[in-house]
Design a protein around this ligand. Structure first.
Ligand SMILES: [Zn+2]
Length: 170
């Protein structure tokens, strides 16, 4: 079975990247990460060539978002975009996840690996795990949620219950 593998990236390393990004944009202490303004105004500051496209349900099918690093493009399904603008946690997470693919993964850093037997690639090599870890760290950094209840993290950070629980239990 073929699987994508990415350059090794631990949660600690991912957290360092997120911390750097938040610092650069003066968002170190901001619990509610402004993911849509960041997509629109922050990303082009990181990469001048960056652009994103809103695509129809017909074009995207079951795909919420897809990143084409070689085209400097993130494509987002229109309903996901609209809900992310409205602040829906799941859709904010999707945008953060695609941003992670854009910033961390390119054809140069992601490769196909043929796994031997049924075992999966280790998490730190899995680009999907890396993108999810990045999104969790970006939206709910552990140092900003210490001592909070799950429901407070959901509300203050604009994340789902699942993400709040994961980030609180790290
Ligand atoms: Zn992904």
């Amino acid at each position: 079975m073929d699987q994508y593998v990415a350059n090794p990236m631990s949660r600690v390393k991912i957290r360092q990247v997120v911390t750097y990004i938040r610092k650069t944009f003066n968002l170190e202490d901001e619990r509610y990460f402004p993911v849509m303004p960041f997509l629109e105004f922050g990303m082009p500051q990181i990469d001048k060539k960056f652009n994103y496209e809103i695509r129809t349900m017909q074009e995207m099918g079951s795909c919420y978002g897809i990143t084409f690093p070689e085209e400097n493009l993130i494509a987002i399904r229109e309903d996901v975009y609209d809900r992310a603008v409205a602040g829906t946690p799941r859709d904010r997470f999707t945008i953060a996840h695609e941003i992670a693919h854009y910033l961390l993964h390119s054809p140069k850093t992601v490769a196909y690996a043929r796994a031997v037997g049924p075992q999966k690639v280790p998490a730190y090599l899995d680009p999907e795990w890396q993108a999810n870890a990045f999104a969790g760290e970006l939206l709910a950094p552990p140092q900003l949620i210490i001592g909070l209840e799950v429901s407070e993290v959901e509300r203050l950070c604009g994340v789902s219950r699942t993400v709040a629980e994961i980030q609180l239990n790290l």
